[in-house]
Design a protein around this ligand. Structure first.
Ligand code: MG
Length: 168
């Protein structure tokens, strides 16, 4: 066998943020009308944070907290698309491109369906794939637990990377 890097690498991401008054709700890089937003040092885009962790995990580069710590004033109120952009630079530098991405948003409210197309457009542009390679699903928690009580949201993401020199 060669000393080449693996053809494929898979990454998993998970994130949660609590709701707070007076914050904008950003999800997948899209502003979503809601009476509250998510609390965080950056724009608290829970979906993009899960996606960053999936990207970083796939290349063995730790997690979002290591690269973009919430103690760093550079990242205060930062659009999380910047984190995705920086994570993609690392993916690319290691010789990989995204093959596809799938994610799930767990939230009681607001309804996510009307914004899925915009989120797919935003995320596919950020990670360099077609919209067809970005899956976005949403579910409620059937009123159970903290998410069910509308205390916050959860997002999960899984990404498959393919070595860029792979023949297609
Ligand atoms: Mg986060």
């Amino acid at each position: 066998m060669s000393d080449q890097k693996p053809l494929f690498r898979v990454g998993l991401g998970f994130d949660t943020h609590q709701f707070a008054e007076g914050r904008k709700l950003m999800l997948g890089g899209v502003l979503i009308p809601h009476d509250r937003g998510l609390l965080g040092h950056s724009d608290a885009d829970v979906l993009l944070h899960a996606i960053c962790d999936a990207l970083l995990g796939a290349i063995g580069e730790g997690d979002i907290g290591q690269h973009f710590p919430n103690t760093d004033p550079r990242w205060k109120d930062c659009p999380s698309l910047k984190f995705v952009e920086e994570s993609m630079k690392m993916v690319s530098a290691q010789g990989y491109a995204v093959s596809n991405l799938d994610c799930v948003i767990l939230a009681e409210k607001p309804k996510i369906g009307p914004y899925v197309a915009s989120m797919r457009a935003s995320i596919s542009a950020a990670i360099g794939v077609s919209e067809g390679a970005v899956g976005i699903k949403a579910t409620t928690m059937e009123t159970m637990g903290a998410i069910g009580r509308e205390e916050g949201m959860v997002a999960q993401a899984v990404v498959l990377l393919e070595r860029r020199d792979a023949s297609r």
